[in-house]
Design a protein around this ligand. Structure first.
Ligand SMILES: Cc1ncc(COP(=O)(O)O)c(C=O)c1O
Length: 401
């Protein structure tokens, strides 16, 4: 029996439902919810960064100012003042009419998939890439192909080799230039310039996902790809990492030619994103709140990253390697030759620490030695203990896993 067949019921699953799989990450998170586990597995922002008092005040204000408007159905494009704030905060010239407020940037990925992917369409992603994007794209039945990527970003020669022509030409490249989920890496200025130039030359649209770009530690990342060629890119942004993910608010900046179809897909999906939440965010953001708030998140996450780097350097056995992300929430590590992160995970959980095996993030040709370590939710003390437990697990299983 195929996993999605339901015995003795009148239901027949759509093919796209058969292609939906439980998120590996969610399954892993269930294990890590055991009390006492130090989790480097979650992708959750630190709740200590949520501006609770500001939201409390904004709730009262929004309900005082226009309670009925705030609680009524609203425009599918989004709340006008919020679209204006979004356009104004981006580092290139954006017309608010190009901004579509979405129910998280995850919905942005779903809408992009709906309007750009037919069954069998080729689409290109980085190696590795965001698992949630693969989940959003897969039900539309694309042929997903990974483009080779290194610490500086997408390999331009491999991209050019894989774009294809005619009916088999890739519909887009999905790319995360800043503090990528899962690797934490950032695309260099040179690689961004080369990528945008090559994509324009090949007529390849780019889907740029940037939920972490504001969370830099020492240097702000280079300009987004979309700023360099706004007509060739769809840009996805999010309020989840700079305010709170429970708001479920993000946005798309789309070229004028693409906006109407995205809007129609949005109407079909949920009519509009929660109007009350949109007004809350507009109220909180007015007067430049993010300019004061985001640096506090950066400072906190940088301290956490430093604690993890220090603990890794101190505890990890030879043969384990990791990168030094300049921002965001994740660090990417690699086990010694011959080890496998999926096999290691249950042993790590036994010792009280969890991570996400990197294999979950590859569209193809997974590297079984990789793992994603989130440094933002545990305390500095927990980071130290968690890394020590992980290092001990690796030592015990080195050579034998
Ligand atoms: C790369 C990336 N894109 C999109 C999302 C979805 O974010 P949200 O829907 O909360 O805006 C996430 C969430 O972790 C992410 O890491």
């Amino acid at each position: 029996m195929k996993p999605n067949d339901l015995p003795q019921t009148p239901w027949t699953m759509a093919r796209r439902a058969e292609r939906m799989n439980p998120s590996v990450i969610r399954e892993i998170l269930k294990v890590t919810e055991k009390p006492g586990i130090i989790s480097f597995a979650g992708g959750l922002p630190s709740p200590r960064t949520f501006p609770v008092a500001e939201f409390e005040a904004a709730c009262a204000q929004v309900l005082r100012d226009d309670p009925q408007g705030a609680l009524q159905y609203a425009a599918s494009e989004g709340y006008g003042p919020l679209r204006e704030l979004v356009a104004a905060m981006l580092p290139w010239s954006v017309d608010p009419a190009q901004v579509l407020i979405t129910t998280g940037s995850q919905q942005g990925l779903d809408l992009v998939a709906k309007i750009l992917i037919d069954e069998g369409s080729r689409i290109l992603v980085e190696t590795p890439t965001y698992l949630g994007a693969l989940q959003a794209f897969t039900p539309m039945e694309p042929a997903v192909e990974s483009v080779a990527s290194d610490d500086a970003g997408v390999d331009i020669a491999d991209l050019a080799a894989k774009v294809g022509t005619g009916a088999g030409k890739a519909r887009f490249l999905y790319v995360l230039p800043n503090f990528q989920n899962p690797t934490g890496r950032t695309m260099t200025e040179a690689r961004r310039a080369a990528l945008v130039a090559k994509a324009a030359e090949l007529g390849l649209p780019l889907i740029e996902d940037n939920p972490y770009g504001d969370l830099w530690f020492d240097n702000a990342p280079a300009l987004p790809l979309t700023a360099r060629n706004p007509d060739g890119c769809i840009y996805l942004g999010s309020f989840s990492k700079v305010l709170a993910p429970g708001l479920r608010l993000g946005f798309i900046v789309a070229p004028k030619a693409m906006y109407p179809k995205l809007l129609q897909a949005k109407q079909a999906a949920d009519l509009h994103s929660p109007g009350f939440n949109q007004r809350l965010v507009a109220e909180v953001m007015k007067d430049g709140f993010l300019d004061r708030h985001v640096p506090t998140i950066r400072a906190q996450y940088k301290t956490q990253r430093d604690a993890m780097l220090q603990a890794l350097a101190q505890d990890m056995p030879a043969g384990v390697s990791w990168n030094t992300p300049d921002g965001g929430m994740f660090l990417w590590a690699r086990l010694p030759e011959g080890m496998n992160a999926v096999d290691l995970l249950p042993h790590a959980v036994e010792k009280g620490v969890a991570f996400v095996p990197g294999a979950a993030f590859y569209a193809d040709h997974a590297d079984p030695r990789t793992m994603r370590l989130s440094f933002v939710t545990p305390s500095v003390e927990e980071i130290r203990r968690g890394v020590a437990a992980l290092a001990a697990t690796i030592r015990e299983h080195q050579g034998g896993s």
